[in-house]
Design a protein around this ligand. Structure first.
Ligand SMILES: [Zn+2]
Ligand SMILES: [Zn+2]
Length: 304
């Protein structure tokens, strides 16, 4: 095994794309510095901001929350219970325990109380659970942040997530999504600022940080995510990465540097408040209110 580049003790990790070997202590330091640098480089937030971390109970969101707390940011958590059986029960437990350990507040909301749980919605909606779920999470994250007085929402999306999404969007040249694929989405039009401080950290790196920091996280993936195309793209990108380390980071960073500025110059966002709930939407009624309308209709249908 190699020796740590900082202290020459036995290294616990070698990061091929950064060509550096590190011991436990210096890996933790490296990780937190990288998060801090990402926050500064993309002007995500400062120590004065109140940050709401979207917590799923998985390694990424808990590593993010842990690192932000250690770096001295004011970060509280938001856990959205999706009502997916054991998976949700376990992840809520882990998130709550973790918040206690940090000594920070975890806000908990339940989809079942607000709309309906994901398994029920999956039955009724007849479209992939992940798209319904993504919609609802974005909506309630934004709404909760405003109600609770947070100016920034931070999510645990990592480099693997971002490069896989990028690959999907590039394969179909989805310009609308590509335009919005940036680690900082500014506030305005009823939206709270949204940031991804782990966007330059790989999945392996965040898992290792969680392990070395003694974070107890849910290892199971959401049962509905099986077979999602993003998982296919992650696998493909990791195969390329293994052969030529640094590809993932380059693919994502060069997109941000070279393509994103061109796309954003043409940005036209015409959003207005939803006529029912007041949250921002491009139509007249937002997707969540439309979903709720469909639910009421189907309930009435069942009743008669
Ligand atoms: Zn060291
Ligand atoms: Zn609405």
């Amino acid at each position: 095994m190699k020796r740590c580049a900082k202290c020459s003790q036995k290294a616990v990790v070698y990061l091929p794309h950064h060509r550096i070997a590190l011991c436990k202590e210096h890996y933790i330091e490296w990780f937190e510095r990288r998060v801090e640098r990402t926050i500064r480089e993309f002007r995500m937030f400062s120590k004065e901001d109140r940050v709401l971390v979207a917590v799923s109970g998985g390694k990424d969101s808990l590593s993010l929350w842990h690192a932000l707390h250690k770096l001295g940011y004011q970060a509280d958590g938001l856990y959205i219970n999706l009502g997916i059986g054991e998976y949700s029960k376990l992840s809520e437990e882990k998130a709550k325990k973790f918040a206690q350990g940090l000594g920070r507040t975890l806000h908990v909301i339940r989809l079942k109380d607000l709309v309906e749980d994901i398994p029920t919605l999956k039955e009724i909606e007849k479209r992939p659970a992940c798209s319904v779920c993504g919609n609802l999470k974005r909506y309630y994250m934004n709404k909760s942040a405003k109600e609770l007085g947070f100016s920034v929402i931070a999510t645990g999306h990592n480099l693997d997530d971002e490069s896989a999404t990028l690959m999907g969007n590039v394969l179909s040249w989805n310009l609308g999504y590509l335009r919005r694929q940036y680690p900082v989405l500014k506030e305005g039009n009823g939206f709270v600022k949204k940031v991804k401080p782990l966007c330059l950290i790989t999945e392996k790196e965040s898992a290792l940080y969680a392990l070395l920091s003694g974070i107890d996280f849910v290892e199971e993936e959401c049962p509905y995510s099986v077979g999602a195309s993003s998982i296919e793209y992650k696998l493909l990108l990791s195969q390329i990465e293994e052969r030529s380390p640094g590809t993932k980071l380059r693919f994502y960073l060069e997109f941000l540097r070279k393509v994103q500025p061109l796309l954003r110059r043409e940005e036209k966002l015409e959003l207005k408040p939803c006529s029912i709930c007041g949250e921002p939407t491009s139509g007249d009624v937002c997707t969540v209110c439309r979903l709720k309308q469909r639910l009421t209709l189907s309930e009435k249908g069942q009743g008669s």
